[in-house]
Write a protein that binds this ligand. Structure first.
Ligand code: SF4
Length: 519
């Protein structure tokens, strides 16, 4: 196994000469000295790029403080603006695609019905999938939880004497802490998806289920690559960076002992695994080494191949606003002379299936549309959630793993319902978020101050006369109190906003004066 610095030197040596300013003849004097003004060597007369805000700090099982991490993200205006615009652009593209398909709502209903049907007969379809995969010559394993998944994969790799593994993006392996585990047993994991590789090199988790490095500016990527694969820290040209990463990663892919993929859909009637990517990296991971391992969450099953068409039409349109992913790869058996293993992973899914209010969250096809549309997610970045899953879907999945640790997350929502409206499999996301709030109160996982404030608000809102008196008193106070009192530390709402001027007359008093008694 080569060291990081050795790899960085190799990567620099592998870069196309035109990508290295050192090789630009016009940029050097006869003596070979670099000209100061030459592209790539001159120091930019710009302020240094804004530093990337880091995600939530995690301390054991203590509740993640999403609001604190979000505040740091908001305090980095270039990142916040870019993130918001990039994701809103995806949402708009999704809308354009949706409007181009008159049968869109029909497809959503169909997708939802197929998923609900499958989830209510999951045991049957899983067994059918297993039997058909075995007929195709695939070894099938069952993992109860993350630890079992990691141990099974480790055992397979050990049997083959594998020391390095290339893998395509998989949220399930993130759930299992797979990379960290493999590092602890001395097996090198190389991510083949560009965004995921950026996150791996930066020692960060993915911040989005589809676009893992979407929270990073080009300059952040330039900094990461400069440190890890030896690129020019001042060159943040996207083509240069992508090419550099490709040249650094390809030799590692060719030399890997084993490959791993996740799974978008596992077809019960064929026993095949379907993976959708835009970079073809799942095909590299599955086909270059002789050993292919596919990690599959048990909810990924669909009954028949014909059902795939429904999901494929919805997935990429919802995720990126593109009609289809560049690659929709079907893996049915081992490559010639090779071996294929499938690990079917539960990791809390059966338990979730038994939760009356939350079981339909298992319909999720991880398109990320709910994240792209969510005003809280867009402005706080995925890493602020301090969990594998962020955004609206994360708010309902994460507490199923650890209600205490993720007890703040269901409150990071405006409950505007936009997430449910865009969800291609019609999960009632905002209703489940609200249901989690009730559940957390029952579980005593809500801070005392929040509980007391909610109780007081409930009392006030249930007494119209007291509510109106409070409104009148507040309006009078807002009109006369000095600014430093209104914007004190107690006013969390006013931290980033101007409190509106109180109206001279409330709607209620206007109504009484002008329409009082009339029907
Ligand atoms: S909950 Fe729906 S919108 Fe969100 S990622 Fe899952 S499928 Fe996509």
């Amino acid at each position: 196994m080569s060291s990081e610095s050795e790899r960085a030197r190799n990567a620099a040596a592998m870069l196309h000469p035109e990508l290295l300013a050192d090789h630009d003849d016009a940029a050097t004097t006869r003596g070979g000295r670099r000209l100061d003004h030459a592209e790539g060597s001159s120091k930019p007369l710009r302020p240094p790029p804004e530093k990337q805000p880091r995600g939530a700090k995690i301390h054991g099982s203590r509740p993640v403080d999403q609001a604190e991490a979000a505040e740091r993200f908001l305090a980095a205006p270039q990142h916040e603006k870019m993130h918001d615009e990039r994701l809103w652009d995806l949402r708009q593209k999704r809308d354009r695609e949706m409007h181009g398909m008159p049968e869109w709502e029909e497809l959503r209903s169909l997708a939802s019905a197929i998923k609900e049907h499958t989830l209510t007969r999951l045991d049957e379809y899983l067994e059918q999938f297993e039997a058909n995969a075995q007929k195709n010559g695939v070894h099938v394993h069952w993992a109860r939880d993350a630890a079992e998944h990691n141990a099974i994969v480790h055992a397979i790799l050990k049997d083959h004497g594998a020391k390095s593994l290339i893998k395509s993006k998989s949220m399930l392996t993130e759930e299992c802490g797979f990379r960290h585990y493999m590092a602890s047993v001395g097996i090198e994991v190389i991510e083949t998806d560009l965004g995921e590789r950026i996150q791996q090199l930066d020692n960060e988790d993915p911040s989005h289920v589809v676009v893992p490095a979407v929270h990073k500016l080009r300059t952040d990527v330039a900094e990461v690559f400069a440190k890890t694969i030896g690129t020019d820290p001042d060159n943040s040209d996207v083509h240069y960076l992508a090419e550099a990463q490709r040249r650094s990663n390809r030799p590692l892919i060719l030399a890997a002992d084993a490959g791993m993929t996740g799974c978008n859909f596992a077809v019960a009637e064929t026993g095949s695994v379907v993976v959708c990517t835009n970079e073809g990296n799942a095909d590299l991971s599955a086909n270059v080494p002789k050993l292919h391992i596919a990690s599959i969450g048990i909810e990924k099953i669909i009954p028949r191949l014909e059902h795939l068409a429904v999901f494929v039409r919805l997935l990429s349109r919802s995720a990126l606003g593109s009609p289809i992913t560049q690659y929709t790869s079907h893996f049915r058996g081992p490559r010639k002379g090779g071996e294929m293993h499938i690990v079917l992973v539960d990791n809390g899914r059966s338990e979730r299936l038994g939760m009356a209010e939350f079981w339909t969250s298992l319909k999720c096809i991880r398109c990320g549309a709910c994240m792209n549309t969510c005003p809280v997610y867009r402005r706080s970045g995925g890493l602020s959630y301090g969990a594998t899953y962020s955004g609206p879907i994360g708010l309902i999945i994460d507490p199923t793993f650890n209600a205490r640790k993720y007890s703040n997350l269901p409150f990071a929502s405006t409950l505007n319902g936009s997430c449910s409206n865009v969800c291609p499999v019609k999960i009632n996301i905002h209703e489940q978020i609200y249901a989690w709030r009730r559940e957390l109160v029952k579980l005593h996982e809500v801070p005392f101050a929040k509980k007391a404030a909610m109780k007081a608000a409930g009392e006030l809102l249930s007494r119209p006369a007291a509510y109106r008196a409070a409104i009148t008193a507040t309006n009078a106070a807002l009109a006369h109190l000095p600014r430093f009192v209104i914007y004190s530390r107690l006013d969390a709402w006013g931290k980033h906003r101007e409190v509106p001027h109180p109206p001279k007359q409330t709607f209620h008093s206007w109504y009484q004066a002008n329409r009082g008694g009339k029907r």
